[in-house]
Design a protein around this ligand. Structure first.
Ligand code: CIZ
Ligand code: SF4
Length: 368
């Protein structure tokens, strides 16, 4: 590992390459690495990077699959928290790599350990948190928040298993502090029959989350004031307009969309769910889809031969701009360094943090 910092190929030379020139270099480096590297492509990844992926899927599926491979290097074309999960769930000898360290998740950044610890302290003034509150973090969060959940009897969830995870949580303690995505939390709580008045937003920038002690005592689900900047672009009006033009269309949305969008949708679910639902639908059906553009474009192309019409929900372009930072230049740079035995952009979760985060992730894997 010591050579890593000394003689790695500089990124500058790659930055000037065209997207096309990178394609051949990526293919050549991949061939040279063979089984030693596995490239993971998240559903939201841009097409010119996604096409090089050995494995594709959502964040959890990819981390699980990567851990099952023999690969020494896990090159995660996704965002930072995903590469952290891959590091935590993979074997000690496998290294997790994020081709651009700036590929973060704006939603994950809406919660941090200092703010969550403050929330926990403030809640402890009103409640016995260890007896009454389960902390639940969406997988879209930093590893130290997963560790916080591991340490405090909490758990991780994804958009595929959020309901099972909340059921597990409420079976143990009467309240849940859910972060960082208020929309996933609210929609899941609503599906479970929790009244909206018992799901209150916790604003981490206000003392006591902006709530009174009475409200805290009354709430069952405390929803962190966070959201996805991509999914917040979809609006109820987009659905109403489309349904007006195409009354026979189906609407399918990701649970990171706001409550009105979810309520007006025929189906709500994770990326894996969206793909599966449209795949299984009869030929000739029409779909309006509320999730990231790269995935919607891919689904549209994939099912066009079956006569399925798949359209993007918003009139404007909504892409995950942070994931898009993983471009052909960064992938070529990462792989060519690996060919030369240089590991760049390794994501390594500190040991104790990883141990606690693994507890919360393993609870989730057991429950779902
Ligand atoms: O967990 C994931 O991969 C994300 C970010 C979304 C989803 O629904 O799969
Ligand atoms: Fe994060 Fe939103 Fe991008 Fe998903 S789409 S990775 S929640 S910023």
């Amino acid at each position: 590992m010591t050579a890593v910092h000394t003689a790695a190929l500089a990124f500058d030379r790659f930055q000037r390459l065209s997207d096309e020139d990178c394609q051949e270099r990526i293919r050549a480096a991949k061939a040279a690495l063979g089984q030693r590297a596995v490239i993971l492509g998240h559903h939201y990844q841009r097409a010119d990077v996604y096409k090089h992926a050995d494995l594709t899927g959502d964040s959890l599926k990819l981390s699980r699959l990567a851990a099952q491979t023999e690969a020494e290097y896990i090159v995660f074309c996704g965002v930072h928290f995903m590469a952290e999960v891959a590091d935590i769930l993979s074997r000690p000898e496998q290294l997790s790599i994020l081709p651009d360290l700036n590929a973060g998740c704006s939603m994950a950044d809406m919660a941090n350990l200092a703010k969550v610890e403050r929330a926990w302290r403030e809640l402890s003034e009103v409640l016995d948190c260890d007896e009454q509150v389960t902390p639940v973090t969406y997988i879209n969060s930093a590893a130290d928040l997963k560790a916080f959940c591991g340490e405090h009897g909490g758990i991780v969830c994804t958009s595929s298993n959020a309901r099972k995870i909340l059921e597990w949580s409420f079976a143990r303690r009467p309240k849940v502090l859910f972060f960082p995505d208020q929309h996933l939390g609210r929609w899941t709580g609503y599906q479970m029959g929790i009244p909206l008045e018992q799901m209150l937003v916790w604003d981490p920038d206000e003392p006591m989350g902006g709530l009174t002690p009475e409200k805290v005592r009354m709430a069952r689900l405390l929803l962190w004031k966070g959201h996805c900047s991509v999914h917040q672009m979809f609006q109820a009006s987009h659905i109403l307009r489309y349904k007006n033009q195409h009354p026979d269309a189906f609407v399918i949305s990701h649970p990171e969309c706001n409550f009105d969008v979810c309520r007006l949708s025929d189906y709500v679910g994770s990326t894996e769910f969206i793909i599966k639902t449209i795949a299984q639908a009869p030929a000739g059906t029409r779909w309006l889809v509320g999730t990231e553009l790269n995935l919607v474009n891919r689904i549209a192309d994939q099912f066009k031969p079956e006569g399925k019409i798949v359209q993007f929900m918003a009139p404007t372009v909504c892409m995950c701009s942070t994931m898009a930072r993983i471009d052909p230049q960064h992938l070529a740079w990462t792989l060519e360094n690996l060919v030369q035995g240089k590991v760049v952009n390794r994501i390594q979760v500190p040991e104790e943090e990883a141990r606690l985060a693994r507890i919360a992730l393993e609870r989730m894997l057991q429950v779902s």
